[in-house]
Ligand binder design. Sequence first.
Ligand code: ADP
Length: 191
Amino acid sequence: MLNLILFGPPGSGKGTQSEKLIVKYGLKHLSTGDLLRSEIAQQTSLGLEAKNFMDKGQLVPDAVVIGMIRSALETNPDVKGFLFDGFPRTPAQAAALDELMELKGTSINTMLAMEVSEQELMIRLLKRGETSGRSDDTNEEVVKARITEYHNKTAAVADYYHQFGKVVTVKGEGSIEAIFNSLCKEIDQKI
Ligand code: ADP
């Protein structure tokens, strides 16, 4: 299997690049943000709980997202690989993912970490808020809270994978095609 993590701060372009990567490499896209928004749209109890955190720009509790990933892995037994997007977002989520992968007899190959300047992130997220319909993109305070959560809790996930030599960094600024090509180059070196 080819199991990749696309990592980076909110607004770094993970969603955009994921759409292209899953087509090229035939992977199953697992975005916890998308899964959570779908739970909210269906008004499930999980969705209602998650919404309270997401509206404030805070991370949803680990147990909630880990449970969601566990069931997503169970419902996709025969795929070529997974592309994780927006997950893991804490070291505890990373450790849980390693365990879940091991249970499937597989592992994470590489973490692709996209780097984008803070200034560019704010511009992109507020611009996306004008069209995405995502309430967490329209409010500057919520956008800032998400970036703070990223620094306080999520950035450490890169350290977690660094210890296994699994991190490659890719510049997340430039054209969508140029960034996609850099990501593919890194992936092709691993497979
Ligand atoms: P972005 O990366 O642009 O902030 P996402 O769609 O990945 O957007 O996530 C939106 C929100 O969903 C996050 O701000 C957070 O509240 C919640 N969320 C998504 N993935 C996770 C996760 N793995 N752990 C905790 N919360 C998450």
